[in-house]
Design a protein around this ligand. Structure first.
Ligand code: FAD
Length: 392
């Protein structure tokens, strides 16, 4: 029998995270309102816990982002985050280890030369794909890198939007159309560091949810980039990185959904009631039946997510199952949080309960890292063996 229980080590991390999160609660609520946050002083907030512990939780969660067992860990950490507003500590890592876990770090590891990996391995780089005129359709990107033969440099001009963590990152891995000595060379990948003249970061975007998540526009005005900073890879390589991360988004969704579901279960248990799993439909109350159906949907999503990651580890990188997990999770979390709010009544919209924030934070899950409509297209293409040209 396969056991999806947390290991003792994972339980320790979750319990440490919970202790730290409780201390962070008040500040998290204020960030959700004001969006004012400043990474460097996070450690000071937790001086009472000791900095080593903070680094431990964050690095542990991040370093295992590719590991099947980490999926069982991500859900409870997201749950804590939603209950206590914990995100900045462990998601927004900005240290040497981030190289292995950020989208950009993974891409550099995949396509970088040994010289490039050595040059950029200590950097935390944001991911610059989406633009005002194109995110789902990266072929339409307008940011351009023009080769300058006189200096052997590339000159980048353009704009990116929704660049996560760019405010505090060391720079950005930017996708742009390369115009080389022989003309258009297609979408290429460039490392831009924050000390390069002409690179700029905009103000925080005022968002519905994920308000403690650094999300800004980035600008490139004649940014001169040395030849070393152009990676060998192309758009296909960049998109392939998402195959490994989409299942993690399902982990996020499960954490948000459980916040709402737990509250409903808590209310149900008030007065000593217990859920009747054994009885038939006719012996259960309507409320019990709704809770059981929601639990079944949550479990099905959890297993879909684990299956996606298991499939990747057993059979190699794959597009279909991560997309399936992401689609299912996006639909699941919207249905569950909304249904729980119906059951909990108008009080659930109050800021004093975490449900309204779960509703806001979860809304993005079936949009970012590729909207669900495009995930469905992707799955259909895989099943039917169609190219992007055949089905778009
Ligand atoms: C909080 C947050 C963080 C983000 N972080 C990053 C980041 O770090 N780096 C980055 O590059 N981007 C980031 N993004 C951007 C995000 O990945 C994109 O917004 C997302 O992929 C959608 O792309 P788009 O904005 O171009 O929307 P569009 O592609 O314009 O999509 C708009 C709508 O059209 C639908 N649609 C699009 N194409 C099709 C089609 N072929 N068939 C049917 N329907 C279609 C979509 O489903 C969607 O509902 C972030 C966004 C948010 C909100």
């Amino acid at each position: 029998m396969i056991d999806f229980e947390l290991t003792n080590g994972d339980k320790e991390v979750v319990s440490l995270a919970r202790r730290q999160a409780v201390g962070y609660q008040k500040r998290a609520k204020s960030i959700d309102r004001t969006m004012e946050f400043d990474r460097p002083d996070f450690a000071a907030q937790f001086a009472f816990e000791g900095e080593d512990d903070i680094v431990h939780v964050r690095d542990f969660a991040q370093a295992r982002a590719d590991d099947l067992s980490s999926l069982t860990l991500i859900e409870p950490l997201i749950y804590l985050e939603e209950s206590y507003g914990f995100k900045p500590l462990y998601w927004q890592g900005q240290n040497a280890d981030a190289m292995n876990v950020s989208l950009s770090g993974k891409l550099i590891e995949k396509v970088g030369t040994p010289e490039q990996v050595a040059a950029f391995s200590d950097l935390y780089l944001a991911w610059g794909m989406s633009e005002p005129n194109g995110g789902s359709d990266p072929k339409s990107l307008r940011t351009v890198a023009q080769y300058d033969a006189a200096t052997d440099e590339w000159v980048i001009n353009g704009e990116k939007i929704f660049s996560s963590n760019a405010t505090h990152a060391d720079g950005i891995l930017v996708m742009c159309r390369a115009i080389g000595p022989k003309g258009d060379e297609g979408i290429s990948l460039f490392v831009v560091t924050k000390d390069m003249p002409g690179y700029g970061v905009g103000p925080q975007m005022d968002k519905l949810g994920l308000r403690n998540w650094d999300t800004v526009a980035t600008f490139f005005m004649d940014v001169r980039v040395p030849a070393l900073n152009r990676l060998e890879g192309n758009l296909k390589d960049a998109l392939s990185i998402f195959n490994g991360t989409r299942a993690l988004i399902a982990g996020q969704a499960l954490g948000y959904a459980r916040v709402a579901l737990d509250l409903v279960r808590e209310r149900f248990a008030e007065g000593g009631r217990t859920l009747n799993y054994a009885g038939s439909l006719s012996t259960r109350s309507a409320l019990e039946d709704r809770i059981l159906r929601m639990e079944a949907l949550w479990d099905a999503t959890y297993l879909t997510m684990l299956h996606a990651k298991w499939h990747e580890q057993a059979h190699g990188a794959d597009k279909f199952y991560p997309s399936l997990a992401k689609c299912k999770a996006g639909l699941m979390v919207r249905k569950l949080v909304n249904e729980c709010m119906e059951i909990l009544g108008p009080g659930s919209t109050s800021e004093s309960l975490p449900v309204e924030q779960a509703l806001r934070d979860a809304r993005i899950l079936d949009i970012y890292e590729g909207p669900n409509e495009t995930q469905r297209l992707l799955m259909a293409r895989t099943l039917l063996n169609y190219s992007a040209k055949d089905l778009n």
